[in-house]
Design a protein around this ligand. Sequence first.
Ligand code: PEP
Ligand code: MN
Length: 338
Amino acid sequence: MIVVLRPDATKKQIDHIIKRVKELGLKPHVSRGVERTIIGLIGPEDVLRVTPLEVFPGVEKVMPVLKEYKLVSREFQKEDTVVKIDGGIKIGGNRIIVMAGPCAVEKKDLLLEIGKKVKEAGATVLRAGAFKPRTSPYSFQGLGEKGLKYLHEVGKRLGMATITEVMDASQIPLVAKYADILQIGARNMQNFNLLKEVGRAKKPVVLKRGMSSTIKEWLMSAEYILANGNFNVILCERGIRTFEDMTRNTLDVVAISVVKQLSHLPVIVDPSHATGKWGLVSAASKAAVAAGCDGLMVEVHTKPEEALSDGAQSLVPDNFSELMQQLRVLSKAIGRTI
Ligand code: PEP
Ligand code: MN
């Protein structure tokens, strides 16, 4: 059973509920989130038939845990979640939000040069990794804190929000100090300790779909973040592994609609990792927008051939700008803005 408290529930009301459920023999698990507090109850739920918790002051709703994912589900919340990022950006509303930038922070000047170009073209969030999850331990692993500082400085200078990956729970305070959005990478989608900790952090989170994960597993991972108090979660479809090897991954474009039916959370798409080839990024982006995504995350580099990671799938600024122009027309046709 999950007890969702009203955003204005007082400490006295919460303490009273906790006292009562303990008296009833249930074990309460309190998650204090940015927006609201949730109390998960473990134990013999039958007692709640006699003492319905809905009548307690401060309680918004009480939900039986029948489905595996609960807080992320449309049953729990009918309206779309709109995640607000510092700087007035809203993800999940009518406007499609475009995040763009290099795969990794390499040099400050280079990041500024790329940032300027993507901003000019219409991106509002600057992406770049400082901690890189690389398949090979010999590949570039990212600049770490120095990279976070560069990203923060460039974002501030250009008036762009920033997103970067956090690979380990111990990195959260550091990454949260510099970035506006925490990214959980595909390889960490089921790193449950990390999910619990970003749940406790007061920052929006982009949760990428694991490369071999079902939609249900992806939603269960999002549930971990919400259950720990953070409702500011944006799901990101980034392609899954299939038998097809012409592309790096296979973009599961229908997953956008499936998730929109099952969940109230916003969904964005990463066409770069989904395809692995810059020549396919434009088609994948347009398909994603047409299918109803709330945003895109695109890798862009001024010199893809010299990029320290993922150059092959990075658009040059001119191609990115052309794509944005096409997306403007497409968004208008489906009643959205970009
Ligand atoms: C990335 O966005 O830089 C990244 C590593 O993506 P993914 O986790 O989807 O592979
Ligand atoms: Mn990349």
